[in-house]
Design a protein around this ligand. Sequence first.
Ligand code: BDP
Length: 333
Amino acid sequence: MTLRRNLIALACAATALGGIGLSMSASAADKMVLKAADVHPAGYPNVVAIEHMGEKLSKATNGRISLKMFPGSVLGGEKEMIEQTQVGAIDILRTSLGPVGPVVPEVNVFNMPFVFRDEAHMRAVIDGPIGQEMLDKISASPAKLVALGWMDGGSRSLYTKKPVRKPEDLKGMKIRMMGNPLFVDTMNAMGGNGISMGYGEVFTAIQTGVVDGAENNPPTLYTAHHYQAGAKYYTQTNHLIIPEIFVMSKVTWNKLSPEDQALVKKLAREAQFEQRALWDKSVADYTAKLKAEGVEFIKIDNKAFYDDTAPVRAKYGAQFADLMKRIEATKSN
Ligand code: BDP
């Protein structure tokens, strides 16, 4: 009798425990840890802004949704990470718009040389209706990416092993460009030979002479140490002012409730403006650091480069003629 009662008690306890086990795993399954990635290292403005967005997300959802950042290209190059985001292996990716062009051709209007007058003009465009339309176009495209917001990438200028002041100086020089045929055409029009290459390969390519230089903004030139590979002349061509974006995989987005989606969008807008403040500071900091490291900043009148790239704007811009007029008509704040 006693034995039977004990057995029943044991069975009840086991059921109860089993229940607890179940409910524990259910709540663990409800928790979502978003995998975020960036080619830039920890501490870079873009990385910091996304991490803060994750902290706010976690706070607002009582830890139900959190974010884990994988900086410094640990999950691959930008092209590969875009692919991983498309299939849902990465949840949130911060990327240049450059390598997004081959996946969502509509964004190439922002990837054209000298399409923006200056950075203030670019900001006015991305903060306004054109910027929102572009985010919507990316999200509506078949690329399986949801565009959450913009980030600043400043202006890209040339850095080379030998000084460059005019298009003729680039003759015979191989210059690394991001993976998008538009950029190879741009460099060829500027007088050099554009070579498409992943960001992670640039340091060694400069060092071994596979390329004679590359082009980027001061924070990237500094954090990627490309000047240490020998490219110490930084010519202020400012030929590309490419905004950057952060996107969520549509696979992940579709798992979120409408409320969570709205929360993510709200925090993304905040991240956009937080990054901008951090960005401005980092450009000033890294410019000073580059100069201290002996990088020579060469000031030039970039009109010759502007003129020489007119055929690229004509070739790629024809399909965006109306949009280009609206971009041109946008006044800087
Ligand atoms: C940096 C961008 C980064 C690109 C890199 C590049 O922030 O997204 O991957 O340039 O040149 O400025 O590939």
